[in-house]
Design a protein around this ligand. Structure first.
Ligand code: DQA
Length: 164
């Protein structure tokens, strides 16, 4: 498929780009609690995201960090038009990450491998959810792929700056 060209509101258009952020401990996927998070490595998940990105004609940048500030810096400096984010444990308490998601003014899709609503009480609350466009939770690695499709949908269906 030809790359989808995002309407920048200026004369030139650019290829649509989506940033995928993985939070703490997700670098251990495949080895970490496989009964909860499955046996796929993060490398395999990123490869699947890149493959889906090619199929959909969008550029995908994947980034993992165990450090809150690095995730926030990545959000501040991204030139993507949407974000897919698995904040890991930061989901449940990082107001700083939530504020960064709210600050950057591009839509975010929150994803989780496990169904956080069916787990321990402390995992059932997400401080990110109120500033995300939506949440995909409980489908294993497929959560990321569904999240990527949702992010593409959000970009393609956002109100045009030329429509008023
Ligand atoms: C997780 C769920 C979080 O509660 C946990 O801290 C994670 C992974 C998930 O993808 O299911 O690190 O975000």
């Amino acid at each position: 498929m030809l790359p989808y060209m995002a309407d920048t509101g200026f004369s030139e258009e650019r290829e649509m780009k989506i940033l995928v952020l993985h939070g703490p401990n997700l670098n251990l996927l495949g080895k970490r609690e496989p009964d909860v998070y499955g046996t796929d490595s993060l490398t395999a998940i990123d490869a699947a995201l890149q493959a889906l990105g090619r199929e959909l004609g969008v550029a995908v940048e994947c980034f993992q960090s165990n450090h809150e500030g690095e995730l926030i810096d990545k959000l501040h400096h991204t030139d993507a038009q949407a974000v897919v984010i698995n904040p890991g444990a930061f989901t449940h308490y990082s107001i700083a990450l939530r504020d960064a998601v709210a600050a950057i003014g591009i839509p975010a899709v929150e994803v989780h491998l496990s169904n956080i609503h069916a787990r321990e009480e402390f995992r059932r609350h997400s401080v990110i959810a109120p500033v995300a466009a939506g949440q995909v939770s409980g489908f294993g690695p497929e959560s990321y792929l569904l999240g990527l499709r949702a992010a593409v949908h959000l970009i393609q269906n956002r109100p045009s700056r030329h429509s008023v």
